[in-house]
Design a protein around this ligand. Structure first.
Ligand code: GRF
Length: 202
């Protein structure tokens, strides 16, 4: 018995354009990653990213607690049902704008990762998501930013860092330019982080 790469059954949670989901799927297609995406959950009905999993016939669900009129417990149960049915052993948050249910976080402890578009612990916390992050970085005149991939616990942007990559943003003239520059690197580091987990020996 030699050393073997792990093969995760991944569930990706999204809310928006899903460019991170797309790049993970492409890196599975081209065998950079050994894992599979077996489930996609979107908090937003019109999330552009859903098309990337639908076109690959990956089970894709729009789950919104308010629209389903579920209490927090019921919503957690609904997700756990889907996660178990699909034998999910790694949850990848990729632009998911909702706070993940506490029970899901507890049951999948150490098996949930997130990508944040700044160098945590800087620019993390409750209101720090999406363009808010890049606007704050720009307002501070930072010359360096970059993504952080980290494990998820019950506190926003708090879990252990897996990979962090500095990106030169000194030429960026707006928060939008920073976002574009950092996003390109996000696509690389998210796959690197998953690869690292695939090769980790317990
Ligand atoms: C990314 O910048 C990610 O870091 C943040 O939300 C954005 C999602 O982009 N959490 P996409 O939906 O993957 O294109």
């Amino acid at each position: 018995m030699g050393w073997q790469l792990r093969k995760f059954n991944i569930c990706v949670y999204i809310s928006g354009s899903g460019s991170n989901l797309k790049s993970i799927l492409e890196n599975i297609d081209n065998k950079t990653l050994n894992s599979n995406v077996s489930l996609v959950i979107s908090s937003c009905k019109n999330a552009g990213g859903m098309k990337f999993s639908i076109e690959r016939s990956i089970p894709t669900f729009y789950l919104n607690r308010k629209e389903l009129s579920l209490c927090a417990e019921e919503f957690a149960s609904k997700q756990l049902e889907l996660l178990k049915e699909n034998n999910i052993d790694l949850i990848v948050l990729a632009g998911y704008l909702k706070k993940l249910s506490k029970r899901v976080i507890r049951e999948y402890k150490g098996k949930i990762i997130n990508i944040h578009p700044a160098l945590l612990p800087n620019y993390g916390g409750k209101e720090m998501y999406g363009m808010n992050v890049h606007r704050a970085v720009f307002a501070n005149g930072d010359k360096i930013s970059g993504p952080t991939v980290h494990f998820v616990d019950e506190i926003y942007d708090n879990g252990e860092t897996i990979i962090q990559r500095s990106v030169d943003i000194s030429e960026c003239k707006s928060p939008e330019e920073i976002q574009k520059t950092v996003l390109k690197v996000e696509h690389q580091v998210y796959t690197e982080a998953i690869k690292l987990l695939e090769s980790k020996i317990d």
